[in-house]
Design a protein around this ligand. Structure first.
Ligand code: AGP
Length: 618
């Protein structure tokens, strides 16, 4: 979703800003813009489509200067168009501004400003902010940094909703003012030597600095080349903590792979090794979750877990429910982050809210965390993005530890978050005394086998690619699973939808006869998860029902199954895997099938249309 980059210092601002925006491309956007100030005045370039279009414009009409701001926009108010792209400029030309978030009260503000004679040049909600700053600056004054800061403060204080805003006063070309209100993505100030950066996300500025200040709710940063000051929105000065970011920018390169998504699928065997590193003690059959701050007392007092998440992370939570209920005997409810806070849910001190989010910035999940906090529940998170808000807001967290995920479609973070919940369930089960030592030992040993099972599963790639060749022209798919494989059917269908734009539905196999069976014919392939587990016979009878209606079945089966070939049109034989971890294994062929079908169809696999990597608006 929208990205922000700002720079002030001795170097040329434009290349730093454009390269920073390029590192945020994976988040999804539909237009981009940049403003750079030099002695001769502010220069703004904006364009729709990919960043390449903006770069071409900047190359054709170069802009130079040592201070600037840039933005990638994901349209909310107003179509993707040059006039709606940021930065926006005030009528007097003294302020340019970029913004992430939604001005929820923009209609009355727009009416107020229109009545005062302001002419709007876009359909965006954002434009009201820059005109408000001009309005207050006219009253307070525009001569000094302090006057301009006050004007920005007065303007942003009028906004409702969540916001990340950066203002460049064009007549004071040494000053950037950044504000964060609520959760509209991060506002990060990067610290350099005689130069400073602002970004919505760490990767945008990671090649320049690893020392960062994360603005919190209702904080402003006053950023100049020679210093950074942090204050509350009310003007009280704050001593902000400087975080040193350690993650590896090199892992954010595609290497030998055609797409980031492909690379990230293939990273999963190693990824799970990293997720487990330092956390499983095979000698004592124990799990250690160092950042969770879980005491035995807290674990024993726990009566309920509410998992909140969106999209793929929601499906991960559905798998985790099986682990937490079976290993730790604690009741689990799984909730959509986007729905949770709107129905007055019941929470208490014996409940922990577990937020699952790879980006750690999904606004609905963050809002659910805040709701939980204000209603007395403990708040935990499972997060991949280091330093993200979901990590910082929680009482304790479990990192996915699989490195940055660039492809918009989640893959390695899905499997890592499932494994994190397995670890949590074992840790809770140990503390609560609901797992015998023998069972614990077995569960921990199973985990240790997982990376190798995933490696063998990934070796099926050529078969899956060939299968995709047979399937890519179909327009509707049904995915069936049972038990803990049902969420994997949902996730398989979501992956296909997201990157190939093919309609697909996931269903619990036993529900098929209650409706979707009406859709079955030779034009709708059915992907059925039919491993040799406790529900195998039941799955076979669902497959029979599909075949009896002329359907085409692709079965994901266990190697050595002698019967399945006689039931399905195509079979992918997967390695033998402990039942509880089989959802992780089955995720891989689901991801590969969606990936190869999308490649066949020639879609933009890493940045599918309309999607964003972290969804920072409601
Ligand atoms: C995953 O492929 C999707 N792009 C999307 O559903 C995603 O899982 C969802 O937006 C939640 O993201 P989060 O894990 O960063 O909170």
């Amino acid at each position: 979703m929208c990205g922000i980059v700002g720079y002030v210092g001795p170097r040329d601002a434009a290349p730093i800003i454009l390269d920073g925006l390029a590192r945020l491309e994976y988040r999804g956007y539909d237009s981009a813009g940049i403003a750079v100030q030099n002695g001769g005045g502010v220069q703004i370039r904006r364009d729709v489509g990919k960043l390449g279009n903006l770069r071409a414009k900047v190359a054709a009409q170069p802009i130079d200067g040592h201070i600037g701001i840039g933005h990638t926009r994901w349209a909310t108010h107003g179509v993707p168009a040059e006039r709606n792209a940021h930065p926006h400029i005030s009528q007097d030309g003294l302020f340019v501004l970029v913004h992430n978030g939604i001005v929820e009260n923009y209609l009355p503000l727009r009416d107020e400003l229109t009545a005062e004679g302001v002419r709007f040049s876009s359909e965006t909600d954002t434009e009201v902010i820059v005109h408000l700053i001009e309005k207050y600056a006219r009253r307070i004054g525009t001569d000094t940094d302090q006057q301009v800061i006050e004007a920005a403060r007065a303007a942003v204080s009028r906004l409702t909703g969540a916001h990340a805003i950066v203002v460049l006063p064009t007549h004071l070309p040494h000053l950037l003012i950044a504000t964060r209100i609520g959760n509209a993505g991060g506002v990060i100030v990067g610290l350099g030597e005689g130069e400073h950066y602002i970004a919505s996300d760490i990767p945008a500025i990671l090649e320049h600095t690893r020392d960062m200040i994360y603005l919190e709710h209702r904080q402003m940063a006053v950023v100049r080349a020679d210093g950074v000051g942090i204050q509350t929105l009310e003007g009280a000065l704050i001593k902000a903590k400087v975080h040193h970011v350690a993650f590896d920018a090199v892992s954010a390169a595609k290497g030998e792979f055609k797409h980031f998504m492909q690379k990230e699928i293939f990273e999963q065997a190693k990824g799970i090794t990293d997720t487990l590193a330092g956390r499983i003690d095979r000698d004592h059959a124990r799990v250690h979750l160092h950042d969770l701050n879980l005491t035995d007392e807290r674990a024993r007092a726990l009566r309920r877990i509410v998992s909140v998440a969106c999209g793929t992370s929601y499906y991960s939570a559905l798998v985790g429910k099986f682990y937490l209920e079976q290993f730790a005997r604690v009741a689990v409810e799984v909730e959509y982050g986007s729905e949770y806070r709107y129905r007055d849910p019941m929470l208490d001190a014996e409940t922990a809210v577990l937020a699952i989010t790879q980006s750690g910035e999904t606004v609905d999940t963050l809002a659910a965390m805040e709701y939980a906090r204000s209603h007395g529940a403990a708040v935990w998170s499972i997060v991949n993005a280091v330093g993200s808000q979901a990590m910082r807001l929680a009482d304790g967290f479990i990192g996915m530890n699989v490195g940055p995920e660039i492809g918009v479609a989640s893959t390695k973070t899905f499997t890592a978050s499932i494994v994190d919940q397995y670890l949590l369930a074992v840790a809770l089960g140990t503390a609560r005394g609901t797992l015998t030592e023998e069972r614990r030992r077995c569960l921990v040993e199973d985990l240790a086998k997982l990376p190798d099972i995933l490696r063998r599963t990934l070796a099926l790639d050529p078969l899956i690619q060939a299968l995709a060749g047979k399937l890519h022209a179909y327009t509707d798919f049904l995915y069936l699973g049972r038990g803990a494989q049902y969420p994997i059917a949902l996730e398989g269908a979501l992956k296909l939808k997201e990157i190939s734009y093919i309609h697909a539905e996931g269903y619990p196999a036993g529900e098929m006869k209650h409706g979707p069976i009406a859709l079955i014919d030779e034009t709708m392939p059915v992907v059925a998860i039919a491993l040799k587990d406790a529900l195998y016979e039941k799955m076979i009878s669902q497959i029979e029902q599909v075949k009896a209606r002329g359907g085409r079945v692709i079965a994901l089966a266990t190697e050595g199954d002698p019967y399945i070939a006689g039931k399905a049109d195509d079979v992918l034989y997967l390695p033998d895997c402990p039942d509880m971890l089989a959802p992780v294994m089955v995720s891989l062929p689901m991801q590969l099938l969606a990936y190869h079908i999308a490649v066949w169809r020639g879609t933009d696999v890493d940045q599918p249309r309309n999607l964003a990597k972290s969804v920072t608006v409601e």
